[in-house]
Design a binder for this molecule. Structure first.
Ligand code: HXC
Length: 507
């Protein structure tokens, strides 16, 4: 009679050996960790509990079916994970493989825990037929239903092509490993056949392309270990689910600390740029700012930080890129970030220095009206605590959009250097004094004088403060203390939107 324990240990050994030493060696040679090594690097030591280790697809030799699934801890907090194993049939997705992923997604949702997917797969199991496609759709549905319930993160650590890209695309944050991962709906061969464009996998869908140009990836990392470490850091800022608050840490950074030197960072000449990230760092706990989408749409900065130990989401215009104008990409980037924070009870701090929306034929034809509306919609709809500080410029429609009082920011501050007006002084002079400028002997000088007059009269925070649109004009040194006290005051804020199935954000 066969000893069942021997059978069990044989099955476990087969499952843990993955695709065997040769394929594991190949995986290592290409600079990649195996699925199990990745989970070991990612989770707190010894915390991984595997589920479905012995599950097999029809006719599969190796138990596990090319994906390792289960749960474990990150800094002591529960997360669910799946890691596709490229050494087993290229990590391809069969019905059983997909069912394993769905099982941990269901457990993540019902227990209110984040789900982290490590993708490394040749796509639908070619022998699996339509069952593989059904399996993908089962995953997509769960991604959609878990959206806004638990944080979902995907790390692309190998191939991810065809319809497989749509699961990561629905998740909240996508990581890519530089040089070893790619994502595309149709690969270089199909592109060549259809459009006659010659392009490499890397240029079409590598980490650089997606983190800088398409915006599909929020982060890119130098290798697997760096990627997994960064995901752990991101998780530290997030609650486990939409019913909880993010953990509050003891940061040991004086909440009453003055932001010395901040005033000097902001040039008095409004046409001179400065790095908004320095402003952020001077205010947040220990200057620790975890930026999201760092390389994409750099005219707006989004990321997480802590104020007096509590997680906050920060959105800020960046004067060093496109003078901090809002364009389509920046609006979409920030809108998605704002909605993430709102889903997960993370208060929003908005730092404003925006000359307006970016003018241009490309922008108009590309739908800046619709895309800009997304950011307006996201800020207006958000019910988390919202604190806004106008650092310098806040002009035109962009003033309204950037978490103004009118779209339900709770507290709006401005520095004395703020300029809040319908449009920039030069543009205003051109419109209001067009005739005088045209008829003048020295149009440039006339325009300059009218612009100066407009700036002195309107480009300040005091009109807005006199109307209650700005709650207080504060000194730059006070930035941290005023933000900390505003967030403390708003800690128990409760606000809800009118009952409805869901709004219709202009997608
Ligand atoms: C079954 C697969 C597989 C797949 C790879 N393998 N992809 N087996 N189904 N989709 C197997 C290979 O046969 C090989 O097995 C092992 O995995 C490693 O693959 P290699 O080709 O040796 O690796 P590499 O050279 O690194 O190339 C990786 C690759 C290539 C670029 C991903 O394998 C590839 O092109 N695969 C097919 C991709 C594809 O067309 N997928 C279906 C797309 S359609 P052995 O035994 O030799 O080690 C799709 C639809 C999704 O995904 C729809 C969702 C809605």
């Amino acid at each position: 009679m066969v000893n069942k324990n021997t059978t069990l240990s044989n099955l476990i050994a087969r499952a843990e050996a993955g695709g065997g030493p040769e394929r594991i060696q190949k995986q290592h040679e290409s600079g990649k960790l195996t699925a199990r090594e990745r989970l070991e690097a990612f989770l707190d030591p010894g915390s991984f509990v595997e589920i479905d280790k012995l599950r097999r697809g029809v006719g599969d030799e190796i138990p596990g079916d090319g994906v390792v699934t289960g749960h474990g801890l990150v800094e002591g907090r529960q997360v669910f994970v799946y890691a596709q194993d490229f050494t087993v049939q290229g990590g391809s997705v069969s019905a059983a493989h997909a069912a394993k992923i769905c099982k941990v997604m269901d457990l993540a949702t019902t227990t209110g825990s984040p789900i982290i997917g490590l993708a490394d797969s040749g796509g639908a199991r070619i022998q699996g037929g339509v069952e593989s496609l059904a399996g993908y759709a089962d995953i997509f549905l769960r991604n959609v239903l878990a959206s806004g319930v638990v944080p979902q993160i995907t790390c692309i650590m190998g191939p991810c092509a065809g319809g497989a890209v749509y699961s990561p695309a629905i998740t909240d944050f996508v990581w890519m490993v530089r040089g070893n991962s790619y994502m595309f709906v149709t690969g270089p061969d199909v592109v060549k056949a259809v459009t006659h464009e010659d392009i490499s996998k890397e240029d079409l869908g590598g980490a650089r392309t997606h983190s800088e140009i398409s915006g599909v990836a929020h982060f890119s990392s130098v290798d697997d270990s760096a990627c997994l470490e960064q995901v752990r850091t991101l998780l530290s800022f997030l609650p486990a689910n939409n019913a909880e608050d993010a953990p509050t840490l003891d940061m040991d950074d004086d909440p009453g600390r003055s932001c010395d030197g901040l005033a000097k960072m902001i040039p008095s000449d409004p046409s001179k740029p400065y790095d908004m990230k320095s402003v952020i760092r001077s205010a947040v706990d220990h200057a620790n700012f975890f930026e999201v989408h760092e390389a994409y749409a750099r005219n707006i900065v989004c990321g997480f930080a802590r104020m007096a130990g509590r997680s906050v989401g920060i959105v800020a215009n960046q004067p060093t890129h496109l003078a901090g104008c809002l364009d389509s990409a920046a609006s979409m980037k920030a809108a998605r970030f704002v909605r993430f924070c709102d889903c997960f009870n993370i208060p929003l701090i908005t730092l404003v220095d925006v000359p307006g929306f970016l003018p241009g034929v490309d922008q108009e034809r590309g739908g800046i009206i619709r895309h800009g509306a997304k950011l307006l919609y996201a800020f207006a709809e958000a019910t988390v605590p919202k604190v806004t500080v106008v650092i310098r410029k806040a002009y035109g429609g962009a003033y309204d959009v950037m978490a103004s009082k009118h779209i339900r920011a709770d507290l709006n501050f401005a520095f004395p250097t703020a300029e809040i007006a319908v449009m920039g002084p030069d543009a205003a002079a051109n419109v209001v004094h067009r005739r005088e400028i045209a008829e003048s002997k020295n149009p440039e000088e006339t325009r300059r004088l009218f612009a100066k007059e407009y700036r002195e009269k309107h480009a300040n925070p005091f009109d807005a403060a006199s109307l209650g649109y700005i709650d207080d004009v504060i000194q730059p040194e006070e930035l941290r203390i005023r933000l900390v006290s505003a967030l403390a005051m708003l800690r128990d804020k409760r606000q809800s939107n009118p009952p409805r199935k869901h709004g219709n954000i202009p997608l």
